[in-house]
Design a binder for this molecule. Structure first.
Ligand code: G6P
Length: 608
């Protein structure tokens, strides 16, 4: 949450920082601001709302600067007002700070300084950092930052400027992401590479409690014990085009339509179709540990948690390996029975989710083997885990996760196939499953062709206030994911249920104003789901059914039918979720909602 950008170099810093903030808006977008130094004075411009408001506010001012720091906010402490927007200034006006994260002990520190006469301007926890740095400052900003951070408990990614050292930006992180980038006579600080990709692909990942300093002459990094260190420069492998809309109205739509490619990318070089097996280089050396573990935990948040539920079901059904899913936020407080004989999979698109990182720490402390299934290369989770598998979905910008989910499930299907083969699944079965998986990109294309039909259905139901999603087996997590997508972007209340559970409560809600989305593939529970649909219709509910291509029977019962190609458990969740993604998308558009940046949400949740 919250995006940070800092720039120093040969060009005017302001447009570069503002453009960087625009690319980071997915991290938070309730208010934003920039700070720059002119004539040994810090100037600040802040607005409530999105970065284009800031751009307009700056447009008339014709200011230019060699260095600037900027921030786009997702409020934690204090409402999204102009006063609470970042950057924050110290009382003497000399220190400007942008911060992502939460300072847990800010109240104690604030009370202490207030008692000593310090006057705070905002309700934020961040302002305490500006105050502490200014109190500690004696001519060297990096030293002052280190001393200030030594007093602070919590998570942070920060960038700091001081009016007396107008050629320097100091940054640090603990638990929240921060990178530095090297351009041609220009240097950057950012919470995500997306902010700087237009200018540089050479990135340094700062580790916890390290301090980075950028000046016009280059980058310097100091270890937590204040020793100068040489950090490796990593080449970013994706292009700017991948983080642009490429003609689509929204990032979410682009990402939904990119799924044939992203699913293919998740399988490329891994699926060995002729042998009915899978090669996963990143975890080959720990595969025995996974098989022999007493227990396998899958931990995650949000959409990634739904992928984990599918993984658990597949591990158990096909590889016969006991597995358990835990919300990452619950994992550490539940005192789980994790020990050196456990394997914990942390699943995360961003690789920065604070709750998932905390679960990883908990598992590591208990000596478990911790593996990552991540999208963002070089992210904290990728680096904190012993080994893992990247899903290779490319940058996901829309706040509601779509392509990352299908790629996570693809990787979990691959992993299941590999484990199942090792646990005795026949080569013939392996080949049959691999063939279905190989066909996935083509099948996804087929499903996407129904987009116009789904848009028409969306028009009919855009006014609904509640939705129910039903599914069984691996399609139950798909029902949960369908409901979550709708909630996130259209603000319609929606719930996912195992279809048979409907009669134990939710059925009481059904009347003519309650649409029900029923996932009804022609598998062993088909007849049961048909009965559930009949139960909805008997109570005047409307049914949007997801059925297997060629199913004629369902047409006579459901109000609308969307088709997916015949699928196996390994591929069904991927194919079934796509119409649900599209349904949410078109309903949100119909309701005039901000699809890519829904209210109150952020893409990367770096606070616990
Ligand atoms: C946020 C996002 C969700 C995402 C969840 C977990 O809530 O809005 O889309 O599923 O975080 O994020 P992760 O990056 O760990 O998958």
């Amino acid at each position: 949450m919250c995006g940070i950008v800092g720039y120093i170099g040969k060009n005017n810093a302001i447009p570069i920082v503002v453009e960087g903030l625009q690319r980071l808006e997915y991290r938070g977008y309730d208010s934003c601001g920039v700070a720059l130094i002119q004539d040994a004075q810090i100037l600040i411009e802040k607005v409530t709302g999105k970065v284009n408001e800031l751009q307009s506010a700056l447009a008339g001012k014709q200011i230019s600067a060699d260095l600037a720091i900027g921030h786009t906010r997702w409020a934690t402490h204090g409402s999204p007002t102009q006063k609470n927007a970042h950057p924050h200034l110290s009382q003497d006006g000399k220190v400007a700070v942008v911060h992502n994260g939460i300072i847990e002990n800010y109240k104690v520190l604030k009370d202490d300084l207030t008692n000593k006469g310090y006057i705070f301007n905002s309700e934020t926890d961040t302002e305490i950092i500006a105050a502490l740095v200014s109190q500690m400052y004696d001519g060297n900003l990096e030293k002052a930052v280190r001393k200030a951070l030594a007093l602070v408990v919590g998570a942070y990614g920060i960038a700091v400027m001081h009016a007396d050292e107008p050629e320097k930006i100091v940054c640090s992180r603990n638990g929240a992401p921060l990178i530095m980038a090297v351009g041609e006579q220009e240097y950057f600080v950012a919470s995500d590479v997306a902010a700087v990709l237009n200018h540089s692909k050479d990135v340094i990942y700062l580790d916890n409690q390290e301090i980075g300093v950028i000046t016009k002459d280059g980058i310097n990094t100091l270890s937590p014990d204040d020793v100068q260190i040489d950090k490796e420069i990593h080449k970013v492998t994706f292009d700017l085009e991948e983080i642009e809309k490429s003609g689509y109205e929204h990032f979410m739509l682009k990402e939904i339509f990119s799924q044939p490619q992203t699913i293919y990318d998740a399988m490329r070089g891994r699926l060995q179709s002729s042998e009915g097996n899978v090669h996963l280089g990143g975890i080959d050396h720990v595969i025995g540990t996974i098989l022999n573990a007493d227990q396998r935990y899958l931990t995650a948040c949000g959409t990634s948690w739904h992928a984990a539920l599918i993984g658990e079901m597949m591990f158990e059904q096909f590889a016969r390996l006991p597995s358990e899913v835990e919300y990452a936020s619950e994992f550490r407080y539940r005192e789980p029975l994790v020990d050196a004989k456990s394997v914990v999979f942390a699943i995360s698109q961003s690789g920065e989710t604070a709750d998932t990182l905390a679960a990883i720490q908990e598992a590591k402390q208990k000596d478990a083997t911790v593996l990552g299934i991540c999208n963002v290369v070089g992210s904290s989770i990728a680096r904190e885990t012993e080994a893992g598998v990247y899903i290779h979905a490319g940058p996901e910008i829309g706040v509601a996760s779509t392509k990352a989910f299908t790629s996570q499930v693809t990787v979990l299907s691959l992993l299941t196939l590999k484990l199942a083969r090792m646990m005795g699944m026949s080569e013939a079965d392996g080949i049959r499953i691999a063939a279905q998986m190989e066909k996935l990109p083509e099948d996804v294309e087929w499903v996407l062709k129904q987009a116009d039909k789904i848009a028409e259905i969306a028009k009919i139901y855009a006014g609904a206030t509640n939705f129910l999603y039903l599914g069984r087996g691996v399609n139950f997590p798909v029902a949960l994911e369908g409901a979550l997508k709708l909630k996130e972007i259209s603000y319609i209340h929606a719930e996912g249920y195992p279809a048979a559970e409907m009669k134990h409560g939710p059925i009481a809600l059904i009347d003519e104003s309650m649409p029900v989305v029923a996932i009804a593939p022609q598998d062993k529970t088909y007849d049961k789901i048909i009965s559930n649909i009949e139960e909805v219709k008997a109570r005047n509910g409307s049914v949007i059914a997801l059925a297997t291509e060629g199913d004629k029977r369902i047409k006579d019962i459901a109000d609308h039918v969307l088709y997916v190609p015949p699928a196996l458990t390994f591929t069904a969740p991927i194919l079934n979720v796509i119409p649900l993604q599209l349904l949410s998308y078109y309903i949100a558009v119909e309701r005039g909602c901000d699809v890519d940046q829904p209210r109150n949400l952020a893409k990367s949740v770096t606070v616990e």
